[in-house]
Every structure is written in C-alpha cells, then in structure tokens.
Design a protein around this ligand. Structure first.
Ligand code: SAM
Length: 283
C-alpha cells in the first residue's frame, strides 16, 4: 500500500488504541496539510536523512516520507510501533524506528552526519534535547538543521532579540553559532488533545562558530548574567572569575544589564575571559 493510501490518522489512533498519554507528552497532529508545511521548513528533504523524536502514530513521519526523506525515529511508547510498521511498509522501507528514550540515544551514530532533526517534541524532553544539540563542544554539529515544535513561550525565548523580556540564556545558546528563527505559530486546536498553550515551530541552522570561545565559558557567563537579570552586570558578574575584567577590556559598561547585551557582546566577553585564563594568552 503506497503512503497516500494509508488510512487517516484518526482511524490509526482508534484501531491501535492510542489514547493520548499525558505522562508521555502526547498531543498528536492530524492535519496533513499542516504536517506537510512543517516538513517543508527544513528545505528540500529528497534523498536526505531526517531524525524524528516521538513519531507517535506517525503523522509528521508520513509528511517527512512524502517529502522524500529517509527517516530514523525514536519512540518510547510501544503501543505506536505497529502503526509505525505500517508506515514503514508503505514507504518501501524508508523508516527505521528505534524503540526507547530519546535522551539515551546516540543520535550522531543512529541518524548520521547531515541529518535534519524534525520533531513535534514531547514538552518534558524538548528543552534538555535542545540544550544537548546546541551545547556540544564540537562544531559544526552532526545535524544539518533543527525543526522543532515547542510551546510558543519557549520558541519565543529561543528566537528572542536583546532588550525583549524573552531574551536570555536560551537565546544566546541558540544564536551564538546558529541562525534561529520562529518559523510558524501553531494553534492549540491543531493538536489532539489540545494542550493548554499555543505552540510554534522553530528552525535552527548552524553557522560558523566564533573563534576562541568555549561553550562552557559562555554558558557560565550567561548563567551568572541572567541569573540576576534585573541587576547591573557589575553586581551579577562579580563572583564569576575574570568576568568584570573581561567586560572592561572589551569596553562594555558594567552598569548595563544582561538583557541589553547582544549575542556578539556576550561572545566577546567570553572570548576575553578565555584569553585571560590561558597563561600564554592562547585560546
Ligand atoms: N509526532 C507525533 C505528532 O506530531 O502527532 C507525536 C508528537 S507527541 C507531542 C510526542 C511523542 O513523543 C509521543 O509519541 C510520545 O510517546 C513520544 N515521547 C515522549 N517521551 C519520549 C522520549 N523520552 N523518547 C522518545 N519519545 C518520546
């Protein structure tokens, strides 16, 4: 049976008894047009590999397969496996499902270098996975792009610009060596069952990493700065070794507050901190 002849998702959910589990963050998307729009966010997928977390009954999976991708998917809920086996058969074997917890998967090995990560993420694992995908020491990462559904509030924090209330650690983490944008908002009524809040898809593409900056230094800097976001940097950074000296060295006024610093300014401070802590002045 070809992909387009698979039964509607509602029927699949009923036939396999896939009542939504709150504990597993299950809010399913059933609208094929919407799913096709999400699958278009990463760009051309023909002949490319997609890595999906939480395929559930397989709506987004089908859209990725329709777009021509080969899909590796990791799903924790065993009840979904028979429905996904049908999708695999209809795709001519282009879907491989790993049963288990996405947090325990070695994605680089399973999905391979150059994979596009696309997922309607379970909310409880979404942020830890994002932090892992964005926070690695090695850059560029194994993934070519991230197309991820989050609660709107989280999506806004990822794509936030300086000066806004949403701007903080997540924005700096997402933007210092990637382009991050909010690709589309998704109304709560699109999900079954509908969650309490609105959602949005973010699209993140890696770019060249600034030289001489260690992710751990930038992370410590933003944690201290935004940990007391209402305070001046002079106060919030005073117990972070080398931070105030670095601030002065790069010419940033210590009376400013964290939310006024651009991502580039955070990068400059972190680079200077790294320089100071290296005795030879090398990075
Ligand atoms: N992709 C489907 C869709 O768009 O309709 C389902 C999305 S639903 C929001 C989240 C999915 O992630 C569920 O199928 C759930 O069982 C699965 N899931 C939850 N926690 C997981 C984990 N730790 N590892 C892998 N899958 C998980």
């Amino acid at each position: 049976m070809p992909l387009q002849d698979l039964p509607p998702l509602r029927e699949v959910i009923a036939r396999h008894g896939l009542s939504a589990s709150k504990a597993l963050g299950q809010n399913f998307l059933l609208d094929e047009q919407l799913l096709d729009r999400i699958a278009r966010v990463p760009g051309r997928l023909e002949g490319r590999r997609a890595y999906e977390v939480g395929p559930g009954p397989g709506g987004l999976t089908r859209a990725l397969l329709r777009a021509g991708a080969d899909v590796v998917a990791v799903e924790r809920d065993r009840r979904c496996l028979p429905a996904l086996a049908e999708v695999n058969e209809a795709s001519g074997g282009r879907l491989r499902v790993i049963e288990g917890d996405a947090l325990a998967v070695d994605e680089a090995a399973e999905a391979g270098v150059g994979a596009h990560i696309v997922a309607n993420l379970p909310y409880n694992v979404g942020t830890p996975l994002l932090v892992r995908w964005l926070g690695g020491e090695a850059w560029p990462p194994f993934w070519a792009s991230l197309t991820l559904m989050f609660q709107l509030e989280v999506a806004e924090r990822i794509a936030a610009r300086p000066g806004s209330a949403a701007y903080g650690r997540l924005a700096v983490l997402a933007q210092w060596r990637s382009e991050a944008k909010l690709a589309m908002k998704v109304h709560r009524s699109a999900f079954v069952p509908p969650p309490k809040v609105m959602s949005a898809v973010v699209h993140i593409v890696p770019k060249a990493a600034p030289e001489g900056v260690r992710p751990a230094t930038l992370e410590a800097l933003t944690a201290a700065a935004f940990g007391q976001r209402r305070k001046m940097l002079r106060q919030s950074l005073k117990s972070l070794h080398g931070a105030l000296e670095a601030l002065e060295h790069v010419g940033i006024d210590a009376q400013r507050r964290a939310e006024t610093l651009s991502v580039d300014e955070f990068v400059a401070v972190a680079r200077e901190m790294g320089r100071q802590s290296s005795p030879s002045g090398e990075e």
